[in-house]
Design a protein around this ligand. Structure first.
Ligand code: MG
Length: 259
């Protein structure tokens, strides 16, 4: 028995002192532990990072606003390097996939507009990065300015797909009466050409979810004989439902949720 206890003690002791080395540098392996402050205090940057991961993985759904305690975290994320880097990873993967394909004249790629092709960050930065409840009047006033900049990494993908000969379809939840300003905004932001721009006909889709609306419009495209080789958006409702495309790409968006 004493021998067994001694053996266990030696093994436990060895595990605690386990050292590794990589490129000549020595480091100690610590047991994984929760990053909480002394006394287990709540740390917003940790909890908000978990919340954001939950949002992106579609585990946190149907949320109305960003948690109040996460305004600073989300603002830093969106304005900092991480959002740009995350967007770049998604768009790069989309391009790596697209360039493996033999593109035909029937191949289309579906782009969402808001927070995918165009960024409403100038608006959201003035409205708490999603902490404030959605205000349709204020948001539509912003849209009507037609000043939304492009999301740079998405625009790179757009240009590369065009050069591969892929047809671009913009499919947006913006209503038909925002068509003129949306066309002007897309061109102003550097999206100069597309095959189709589909806006929401509220006489057909009033009260319907984005999943229903977008699925239905993608179905029409496929019934017209087009192949949706790719589909990219910032909302899960852009990529769920039917006729989703051969591959879907989810861009980050921790500021709002559309079902
Ligand atoms: Mg969007």
């Amino acid at each position: 028995m004493k021998v067994l206890v001694l053996l266990v003690a030696i093994i436990v002791g060895a595990a605690h002192e386990c050292h590794g080395s990589e490129h000549g540098a020595s480091f100690q392996i610590f047991p994984l532990r929760m990053k909480t402050g002394s006394g287990g205090h709540y740390i917003p940057e940790v909890s908000c990072a978990s919340w954001r991961l939950g949002v992106e993985a579609h585990n946190v759904i149907e949320w109305k606003t960003v948690p109040l305690s996460c305004e600073g975290y989300i603002g830093n994320y969106i304005l900092g390097d991480q959002y740009r880097s995350d967007s770049k990873t998604v768009n790069q993967q989309a391009y790596f996939y697209a360039k493996t394909l033999n593109i035909t004249a029937k191949d289309v790629w579906v782009f969402d507009i808001d927070e995918t092709s165009l960024s409403n960050l100038p608006y959201y930065a003035q409205h708490g990065f999603g902490v404030e409840p959605y205000n349709a009047t204020a948001f539509n006033e912003w849209v009507e300015l037609g000043e939304a900049p492009a999301l740079p990494e998405s625009q790179k993908l757009y240009k590369k797909l065009l050069s591969l000969g892929v047809k671009i379809v913009f499919l947006t939840g913006r209503p038909l009466d925002q068509k003129t300003v949306t066309v002007a905004n897309l061109k102003r932001a550097g999206y100069n050409t597309w095959f189709k721009l589909i806006l929401k006909d509220t006489s057909i889709y009033h009260g319907k979810t984005a999943v229903t609306y977008k699925s239905s419009e993608r179905k029409k495209l496929e019934e017209e004989g087009y192949n949706i080789i790719g589909n990219i958006g910032d909302q899960w409702s852009d990529i769920l439902g039917t006729n989703t495309g051969d591959r879907t790409f989810k861009l980050p968006d921790p500021m709002y949720y559309i079902s």
